[in-house]
Design a binder for this molecule. Structure first.
Ligand SMILES: Nc1nc2c(ncn2[C@@H]2O[C@H](COP(=O)(O)OP(=O)(O)OP(=O)(O)O)[C@@H](O)[C@H]2O)c(=O)[nH]1
Ligand SMILES: [Mg+2]
Length: 393
């Protein structure tokens, strides 16, 4: 699973990416700083069952910090777009295909209104962030429309001659964009494009398809600037949910944590100073983060963006497979070793297949380690489940 970080150039995408992954990548107040996408691993967070069960966990594929489980997810920080990108403006449209690699999108918008439509710095409060939301969605839609329309008529005629279904043709035409056949069918139920659709109908169709296939959340960034107040109010008017965010503050906190200056769990509402005699400059910066962001918004918002993308937009659940249901251990004796992100509706047999391709076939039954009871074959895994999978030898 991959989360795409997208948006206009100069809004703070790489800052958010670096804060989430601690990967060093170039950040600057110039337009089009990022050209090649940055890829890295960030984390989503969930309460670790260790606290509730009173056990000491030994995570292997994830981490646990003070009872918060950090589960890895892949992040891709994509080059910035400007209006007209689908026609080749700015860095052009090759980056739109990077967007399609992602399962969900975090759209970084400069809520302080200090970046004009071309991505150049302007006096804070003078650019309407709502414009950015609309233009970016339009760019993706126009780009998808271009792909759909390319060879569409020929394909449609061939399909009619071969008595093929229209959804099959569309699905094939859009293959490579990470769009499922189900997404295509669902969008077709909303907009009828079977006859002779107008350009507007086609545009509405791809727009619905985009919303289904690439769900999006807005990171309303730079809320450490007082001018962001107005921008946040504007962003509430869009249909996409926005999370107040300060990528710069999160990056500073994560670096301070790495350097041993503070104790900080990503997403937390506060941090603890641990290094005595911190330099006054660092102390002042931490005070500003605390006053302007943490106390006002309850967090820097970066972790919330990732969590919302994975848990709310994609509906993922966290499950913990174990081999010994009495002590919640793996075969190697590690307590609650692995946390898996699974989509809603996943059954224990499917989970077995995710752990190892052979396991789905060898699957016999599963036990809910919390209740010690066997679960039905069609049981849908719930968030926080600890599951023992029994396999045929
Ligand atoms: N005040 C403030 N500035 C920020 C924040 N996040 C990023 N910035 C600044 O915004 C500018 C652009 O940051 P980048 O992370 O390079 O932006 P980008 O969206 O990756 O830009 P491109 O790669 O050029 O598209 C830099 O000067 C950052 O320091 C924030 O939360 N608050
Ligand atoms: Mg960048």
């Amino acid at each position: 699973m991959q989360i795409g970080i997208i948006g206009k150039t100069n809004t703070g995408k790489t800052t958010l990416f670096s804060a989430a992954t601690l990967v060093d990548a170039e950040i600057s107040n110039r337009i089009f700083t990022t050209i090649e996408p940055n890829k890295g691993v960030g984390y989503v967070t969930a309460p670790c069952p260790c606290r509730q069960l009173g056990v000491k966990c030994q995570p292997q594929n994830s981490r646990c910090v003070n009872g918060t489980r950090l589960i890895p997810v892949r992040l891709i920080d994509i080059a910035g777009l400007v209006p007209g990108a689908h026609l080749g403006r700015g860095l052009g449209n090759q980056f739109l295909s990077d967007i399609m690699e992602a399962n969900a999108l975090v759209h970084v918008v400069d809520a302080s209104g200090g970046t004009d439509s071309g991505g150049n710095p302007c006096p804070p409060g003078t650019h309407d962030p709502m414009e950015d939301v609309l233009f970016l969605e339009e760019e993706i839609d126009f780009w998808m429309l271009g792909i759909l329309k390319k060879n569409y008529d020929t394909l449609k005629r061939k399909a009619e001659a071969a008595h093929q279904k229209l959804d099959d043709v569309i699905y094939k035409q859009l293959s490579g964009l990470g769009i499922t056949h189900e997404d295509v069918k669902a969008a077709m139920r909303h907009v009828d494009i079977s006859g002779n659709p107008s350009n507007d109908d086609m545009l509405r169709f791809v727009s619905i398809l985009r919303k289904k296939a690439k769900p999006m959340i807005i990171a309303a960034n730079k809320v450490d600037m007082p001018e962001a107040e107005k921008g946040l109010a504007r962003l509430k008017e869009t249909e996409v949910e926005s999370v107040p965010c300060s990528a710069e503050c999160e990056l500073a906190l994560r670096k301070a944590e790495r350097e041993g200056d503070i104790e900080y769990v990503p997403g937390a509402k506060e941090f603890k100073l641990i290094k005595p005699d911190l330099e006054p400059r660092k102390m002042k910066a931490l005070e500003i983060i605390s006053e302007r962001v943490l106390k006002r918004f309850g967090s820097t918002g970066v972790q919330q963006c990732l969590n919302q993308a994975v848990f709310r937009l994609l509906g993922m659940r966290v499950v913990y497979p174990v081999e010994d249901e009495t002590h919640f251990r793996s075969g190697k004796g590690h307590v609650l070793p692995d946390a898996y992100l699974v989509p809603a509706g996943t059954t224990p047999r499917q989970l077995a297949g995710m752990i190892h391709t052979d396991f789905a076939e060898k699957f016999v039954a599963a036990v809910n380690a919390r209740t010690r009871l066997r679960v039905a074959a069609d049981y849908e895994l719930k968030d926080g489940d600890i599951i023992k999978i029994m396999l045929r030898r």
